[in-house]
Design a protein around this ligand. Sequence first.
Ligand SMILES: NC(=O)c1ccc[n+]([C@@H]2O[C@H](COP(=O)([O-])OP(=O)(O)OC[C@H]3O[C@@H](n4cnc5c(N)ncnc54)[C@H](OP(=O)(O)O)[C@@H]3O)[C@@H](O)[C@H]2O)c1
Length: 180
Amino acid sequence: MPFTLRERRLGLRNTMPKLLHLQVACAENRVIGRDGRLPWRIPEDLKFFHDQTAGQIVVLGRICFETWPRVLQDGRRPVVVTRNAALASDQVRVAGLLPGALAIAESLPGEIHICGGERIYAEILALGRPMRLHLTLVHADVPGDTFFPEWRRLAWRELDRRDSADANYRYTFYTLEWVP
Ligand SMILES: NC(=O)c1ccc[n+]([C@@H]2O[C@H](COP(=O)([O-])OP(=O)(O)OC[C@H]3O[C@@H](n4cnc5c(N)ncnc54)[C@H](OP(=O)(O)O)[C@@H]3O)[C@@H](O)[C@H]2O)c1
C-alpha cells in the first residue's frame, strides 16, 4: 500500500534500511584468507567475532559458510550468497546475488552482520549506504590469497579503538563508521 502524504511527513511506516555491520580481521597488506581458511589463529579475535555475531543475521559467501564451524550456533541466522540453492534449510537462507541476500536480511529481526568474503565486502563498500566496520587490523604483512578491499579510501569516523596482542601478533580492534 503506498504511503499517504501525511504518513510521509510524519515519518510513519519508516522503511529506512538497517545499518550494515561489517566484520573483518585484516592484515596490514589487506590479506584476510589463505587456502579457504583464516591465515592466523588469534583466539581473542575469534571470540570477539563470535560475540559480535551471536543472535544476529550473518550474510556471507558460500566458502565462509562452509568453513565456519559455529555458524549455526549461538542463534545466528545465516543468509548465504551462492548459486547452490540446495544449501537452503530451516536454519539457512540462500540468495544467488548479494542484493537478494540483503533483502532477506532486512526482512528478519536483528542486526545485519556482513562476514565476507572478498566479493561481498567489495560490493558492500560500493553500495554507498551507512555502515559500521568492526575491523581487527593485524599489524603484520601476511601471505594469503583473499583480500579486504581498500577501505581507507572512505572517510571513516573512528568510534572506538583498542590495542591488543598475543604471542604471535599485535592487533587493534577498531570500530569505524561511514555515513555517505
Ligand atoms: N579474516 C576475515 O575476517 C575473513 C572474513 C571472511 C572470509 N575470510 C577468508 O576468506 C576466504 C573465503 O572468502 P572468499 O572470498 O574466498 O569466498 P566466499 O565469498 O566465502 O565464497 C565464494 C562463493 O560465494 C558465492 N559468492 C560470494 N560472493 C558473491 C557475490 N558477490 N555474488 C554471487 N555469489 C557470491 C559464490 O558461491 P557459489 O560458487 O556457490 O555460487 C562464490 O563461489 C577464506 O580464506 C576465509 O577464511 C576471512
